[in-house]
Design a protein around this ligand. Structure first.
Ligand code: UD1
Ligand code: MG
Length: 453
């Protein structure tokens, strides 16, 4: 298969106003990645080397954003939306370069399965001229119906052009098509627009090819391959299906999810075997977790690297650049951003660590804050190996605490502390016997006098 050259054409010139959004439809995200990028990934996974993206007139914003995810793709503009065959022909220059296989996909159908694409390519390799990836549904309304005669696909009839008899067919066009490169332009150029919508239908190439005695094949795949997104309810439905797939994949690869339906992954989450994820955990983009970690309930994690056997949460927030090394601990109500927490270091309670390094085995007491920002710039805090930071301390960056340094609780540390030193950054305590009682009496008398007068 891999030696066959392949061009994927992704159609994304549909206006679609039902998202009620300033953002073009195919740039809305599933698992943090624009839908069109999911389609690109599927094409790449099916071995498609070249990509053509068909966008609408004036879709510059979309061109820029989409090409970010598919830098190798070439964008083509379909000036007027005259139908799916017309859209494919916008990429005529790419098709003319000559490919063995041409795949056509829709940018708003993000859950397509690379295996379905690969299966379609296999049929081309076996000699088919056109392959349609179909699916079966109880509710075929709105989809093109696959018309078969004597077990052979002979045409696709769009809903609006269907007879009552044809409307009963439940085998539908999912929208994915594979066309042999050597026939593609010839077939597409024969498509006319005599139909209920007056559009150039890509689906017409089935009838054209079949009439010419070319081999036309329908394969069958799951409904998800056809799930087109037109509004935010369908977007959420696709997100749900994507998450379900990913959770299953994670569990089958050795990750324990205690309540899988409450854990949300990103498109790029990496998570190692024997890691346990408790309920209600959110993974934003850029998270890598090694083996044997524990992610406790209600943690929010993005852009973070978590080494093996770390312990995170409950209620931890790891922001981009959080880098937890082996057996590090970040406990409840702690936020870590752009900071290395070295091996075995503990940040257990109610703490903010930002722009910092915490040395191996250091212990950060409850309520410690790295004061990393003066309103204009960010500054670094370096905490040495085995240091102890007493509870409720503020470390005013730039500042460093040496190896084995010991900070008294409640300190405000503005000057660096050498190795093994003890630092107090607070007023010493004074205790005045009997003064508490005296003070109370004075205040109570003053209050009584005020009431009278
Ligand atoms: C299409 C299929 C139908 C199939 C269904 C699956 C045709 C004629 N019909 O119908 O058989 O069951 O998908 O979802 O192909 N687009 C353009 N330019 C155009 C027209 C469309 O880029 O001029 C793009 C759209 O952005 C969209 C895709 O092509 O991504 C499909 O167009 P859409 O209008 O949604 O086709 P359907 O009526 O859903
Ligand atoms: Mg559609």
């Amino acid at each position: 298969m891999s030696q066959r050259s392949c061009l994927s054409i992704i159609l994304a010139a549909g206006e679609g106003t039902r998202m009620k959004s300033a953002v073009p439809k195919v740039l809305h995200t599933i698992a943090g990645l624009p839908m069109v990028a999911h389609v690109v990934k599927a094409a790449e996974a099916a071995g498609s080397g070249e990509l053509a993206l068909v966008i609408g007139h004036g879709a510059d914003e979309m061109r820029k954003a989409a090409l970010k995810f598919a830098p190798r793709a070439e964008a083509f503009v379909q000036e007027k939306r005259l139908g799916t065959a017309h859209a494919v022909l916008a990429a005529r220059a790419a098709i003319s370069k000559g490919y063995d296989d041409i795949l056509v996909m829709f940018g708003d159908t993000p859950l397509i399965d690379p295996e379905a694409l690969a299966a379609a390519r296999l049929k081309l390799a076996e000699g088919a001229a056109v392959v349609v990836v179909g699916f079966r549904t109880e509710n075929p309304s709105g989809y093109g119906r696959l018309i078969e005669k004597a077990g052979k696909l002979v045409a696709i009839q769009e809903e609006k052009d269907c007879s009552d008899e044809e409307k009963k067919i439940t085998f539908c066009n999912g929208g994915l098509m594979a066309v042999a490169g050597r026939h593609a332009l010839k077939l597409l150029d024969q498509v006319g627009s005599k139909n209920a919508k007056g559009e150039y239908y890509l689906t017409d190439i089935v009838e054209i090819a079949a009439a010419q005695g070319l081999d036309v094949v329908a394969t069958e795949a799951s409904f998800e391959n056809a799930l087109g997104i037109n509004n935010r309810a369908e977007l959420a439905q696709a997100e749900g299906i994507w998450q379900q797939r990913r959770r299953r994949e994670a569990m089958l690869s050795g990750v324990t999810l205690i309540a899988p339906e409450t854990v949300f992954f990103s498109h790029d989450t990496e998570i190692g075997a024997d890691t346990v994820v408790e309920p209600n955990v959110w993974f934003g983009p850029g998270v890598k977790i090694a083996t044997g970690a524990k992610i406790h309930a209600f943690s929010h994690i993005e852009g973070a690297t978590i080494a093996s056997n770390c312990d995170v949460g409950p209620f931890a927030r790891l922001r981009p650049g959080a880098d937890l090394r082996t057996k590090a601990k970040v406990g409840n109500f702690c936020e870590v951003k752009q900071a290395i927490v070295e091996e075995g270091a503990k940040v257990n309670h109610l703490t903010y660590i930002g722009d910092a390094r915490i040395g191996a085995g250091a212990n950060i007491g409850a309520g410690t804050i790295t004061c990393n920002y003066d309103g204009y710039s960010k500054f670094f805090t370096d905490i040495g190996e085995g240091a102890f930071i007493g509870s409720n301390s503020s470390l005013v960056a730039p500042v460093s605490i040496g190896k084995g340094g010991y900070i008294a609780s409640g300190s405000v540390i503005t000057e660096s502390v050498p190795d093994d030193a003890l630092a107090f950054g607070r007023a010493r305590q004074r205790t005045l016997p009997g003064k508490g009682k005296e003070l109370r009496e004075r205040f109570s008398q003053a209050a009584a006098a005020r009431k009278k007068g």
